[in-house]
Design a protein around this ligand. Structure first.
Ligand code: SRM
Ligand code: SF4
Length: 513
């Protein structure tokens, strides 16, 4: 491959410099050594950066207690896999937990470096990988969480998602072709009608569309959030068949990005910056030139014509006589016992499978109608409700200050506390989707929310305090578009009354009698 690193006269950012010294993937062969010397003795770039190529994240907030980010294509996880992850988390007592992420994935907390070789062996035994889940790699591939069970879906994309992940990661072993991208990269494949993946905020998204009567995908490109700029994806004017063409197109776009994306300024390195620099026509032509099939123009319209569903509650499946049961996991946080229980419940009442959603919730699919009532009697459903209160129901939150050193505010606990207080005080005619994010990196996607809260700092009574910028107007599903900032630097202590006013003004809320 031609690497920008080799081009003379290009100024490289500091991340490119350490990647040029040693590729992130190289640490895969050094894990036993790291485990034996311990995290304190490790070389800093290996510990703080390169380990992230394997999904192992040093947490400066909790040194020595690492985070492990998995890959979970389409958010599908088996009971057996969940059980193995629960056992891993359980080892760490109060330090151990797991978070469902905004890319329908799991991150484990409290992990010790000396255990990583053993953990990786256990994961491999149940076909789990964390390969290339951080830094300049392609993140977890998202899809509808009800792929294959949704009566109204157009395409079951699970196999395609797996194939794309397999291509990018060499089936979980690590693929040096794609471990040195100029920046992170997000891919989503939607097979349903409701844009459950947030296509508009992915670097590549495939959305179902008919062309001359044939069902395939229109392609949108360049969507991303960053501290300096947020951009919705734009149509690439391309249509592909729902087969190997999808895999080849992802490969072609990744190669074009890898070989031409900017490596000078990390704030201007995501795919959209390359599209801006070249113009869409040149970008499309460069990608098309790499394909072994002619890249067709986009279908005039796509098939996303539904509002987004949240999948909470009991719903009929495509398969007659079966239901899927969606549970609300407040701010996505799971403890070891929750994970054991979920694994068991999926095994006993369903088909030993669970699905994760980008709203950080869990679905148990394939529940025969005869099992539904017994499942609903499980004690875990008092914690993870199928009929939650309207704000908790749609609450999403990034990690925040508890574990993330970028955070300007604590998010998860505060998000939940404020939602519960507002629910107690207000009559809410409909759920309001609130998304919290602890800093401008926007992992909690405040721009897609009805009300988005983005962490910042402000001065109050002569002191620096935690605060939020408020976003409104995010629209998801059909005709999705990003919300905008409407208020700045509201101290978190004053936030409840500000949100109460906003909900009464814009969302029809009324103070409870
Ligand atoms: Fe993120 C960096 C957590 C989804 C934009 N994100 C980080 C790091 C790794 C920073 C760090 O090293 O501490 C955070 C880890 C904290 C921790 O301990 O958990 C982090 N991001 C998350 C998660 C866990 C938030 C969550 O609670 O769900 C999500 C993990 C997804 C996954 O499974 O892979 C997560 N991050 C996102 C999303 C949402 C999405 O993909 O839909 C975005 C915005 C969309 C996008 O990327 O275009 C996002 N994260 C960022 C950015 C800004 C990227 C940029 O181009 O500037 C950073 C910082 C960076 O990469 O330099 C970042
Ligand atoms: Fe951390 Fe900021 Fe991402 Fe939240 S938005 S997880 S605080 S990087």
């Amino acid at each position: 491959m031609t690497s920008v690193l080799e081009k003379p006269g290009k100024k490289l950012n500091k991340f490119e410099k350490f990647k040029a010294v040693k590729d992130g993937l190289a640490v895969k062969d050094e894990l036993d050594h790291f485990a034996s010397i311990g995290w304190e003795a490790m070389e800093k770039d290996d510990r703080d950066h390169r380990l992230k190529w394997l999904g192992v994240f040093f947490r400066p907030v909790t040194p020595g207690k690492f985070m492990l980010r998995l890959r979970m294509p389409s958010g599908v996880i088996t009971s057996q896999q969940m059980q193995v992850l629960a056992e891993i988390v359980q080892r760490y007592g109060d330090d151990g937990s797991a978070d469902i992420t905004t890319r329908q994935n799991l991150q484990l907390r409290g992990v010790r470096l000396e255990d990583i070789p053993d953990i990786f062996m256990r994961m491999k035994a149940v076909d789990l990988t964390s390969m290339q889940s951080g830094m300049d790699n392609v993140r977890n591939l998202t899809a509808s969480p009800v792929s294959g069970i949704d009566a109204d879906e157009l395409l079951d994309v699970r196999e395609l998602v797996k194939q794309v992940q397999g291509m990018i990661t060499d089936n979980g072993e690590g693929n040096p072709e794609f471990t040195n991208l100029p920046r992170k990269f997000n891919i989503a494949i939607e097979g349903g009608r409701d844009n459950s993946v947030h296509a508009e905020i992915n670097d590549i998204a495939f959305v179902p569309a008919y062309r001359d009567g044939e069902l395939g995908f229109n392609v949108v490109v360049g969507g991303f959030f960053s501290a300096k700029r947020c951009a919705a994806a734009i149509p690439m004017n391309a249509w592909v068949q729902p087969n190997q063409q999808v895999v080849s197109l992802c490969r072609a776009i990744l190669e074009v990005f890898r070989d031409n994306g900017s490596r000078a300024n990390r704030q201007r390195s995501r795919l959209m910056w390359l599209i801006d620099e070249w113009g869409l026509d040149k970008f499309r032509a460069e990608v098309a030139a790499k394909l072994d099939y002619p890249l067709l123009e986009a279908a005039p319209e796509d098939e996303v014509d539904w509002d987004k569903r949240d999948h909470i509650g009991v719903h009929p499946q495509k398969q007659l006589g079966y239901k899927y049961v969606g549970m609300n996991i407040p701010v996505g946080r799971l403890m070891a016992q929750d994970m054991f229980d979920l694994a068991r419940m999926a095994e006993v009442y369903g088909a030993g499978e669970l699905r994760l959603t980008v709203e950080q919730n869990v679905i148990i699919p394939h529940v025969p109608e005869a099992n539904v009532n017994a499942l609903l009697q499980e004690p875990l459903l008092t914690k993870f409700s199928i009929d939650p209160a309207p704000l908790t129901r749609s609450l999403v939150s990034c990690t925040g200050a508890q574990f993330c050193n970028f955070a300007l505010v604590e998010t998860k606990q505060r998000a939940l506390a404020i939602a519960q207080e507002l629910e107690a005080e207000l009559e809410l005619p409909q759920p309001i989707r609130m998304h919290w994010t602890g800093c401008p990196n926007s992992c909690g996607q405040p721009q897609v929310a009805d009300i988005g809260l983005l962490g910042t700092k402000t001065r109050k009574d002569g002191k620096t305090v935690e605060a939020v910028d408020i976003y409104t107007g995010g629209k998801v599903g059909k005709d999705a578009h990003l919300g905008e900032r409407v208020m700045q630097a509201i101290p978190c202590d004053d936030l409840k009354s500000v949100l109460q006013d906003l909900m009464m003004e814009k969302f029809g809320a009324k103070v409870k009698a």
